[in-house]
Design a protein around this ligand. Structure first.
Ligand SMILES: Cc1cc2nc3c(=O)[nH]c(=O)nc-3n(C[C@H](O)[C@H](O)[C@H](O)COP(=O)(O)O)c2cc1C
Length: 183
């Protein structure tokens, strides 16, 4: 797929089914994440691939967080079901370190670029997904369950799979009027 066409027309897909990327397809996705722009070559990220039993474990973790957080039956149910919206989830954690030249925000942005790169690498291989976040990214039980250290920032859960909708809605031509100026 032409790169410009991809960037101008890309859409996220929230309705995802099997198959999930595997083998060399998954490797390409992870390698694309590793090519995110990275000031100081810090590689300030960690990718957790959840697939199969990993999705079940993530569901149990979110449910536990909802129960122990006293969030109520409705949230518990929602939390438990959330991971099953895709056959694969890649959780991206910014591993933020103290650095004289690379502030924390740059490292978080870098990890965010990795999420987008992985989503685009999925698209060109016939898959798609959606970058999700939400309050679970800050939840202490979820963070502990995913092995987060104090300075880590969960920048997103990249839900991946095969889009159920084969022809997503067209992207409107962007209105640049109030977004772009020339200096
Ligand atoms: C950091 C970040 C967090 C996001 N979190 C969510 C989320 O939790 N739930 C959601 O539906 N969309 C979330 N989105 C937006 C979707 O990934 C997606 O961009 C949006 O649905 C618009 O669709 P499009 O990508 O096709 O334009 C998030 C995007 C970013 C950049």
């Amino acid at each position: 797929m032409n790169a410009l066409k991809l960037l101008l027309n890309r859409r996220s897909a929230s309705r995802l089914t099997i198959p999930a990327p595997e083998g060399h397809e998954l490797k390409n996705i992870l390698a694309a994440g590793m090519r995110a722009p990275d000031h100081g070559a810090l590689r300030p990220w960690h990718f957790i691939v959840m697939y199969g039993e990993g999705i079940n474990k993530f569901s149990q973790l979110l449910e536990k967080a909802a129960i122990e957080g006293g969030l109520g039956k409705e949230v518990e149910e929602k939390a438990k079901n959330a991971p099953y919206r895709a056959p694969m989830i890649i959780t991206v954690i910014a591993k933020v370190v103290e650095h004289t030249k690379v502030p924390a925000w740059e490292q978080v942005v870098s990890a965010g670029c990795a999420v987008h790169a992985m989503q685009m690498a999925a698209v060109v291989q016939g898959f798609n997904g959606i970058w999700r976040s939400g309050s679970w990214t800050e939840d202490p039980i979820v963070r502990a369950g995913l092995g987060c250290e104090e300075n880590d920032k969960i920048v997103g859960f990249l839900y991946l799979g095969t889009p159920e909708l084969k022809t997503p809605a067209k992207v409107a031509t962007p209105d640049l009027t109030n977004v772009v100026s020339y200096f």
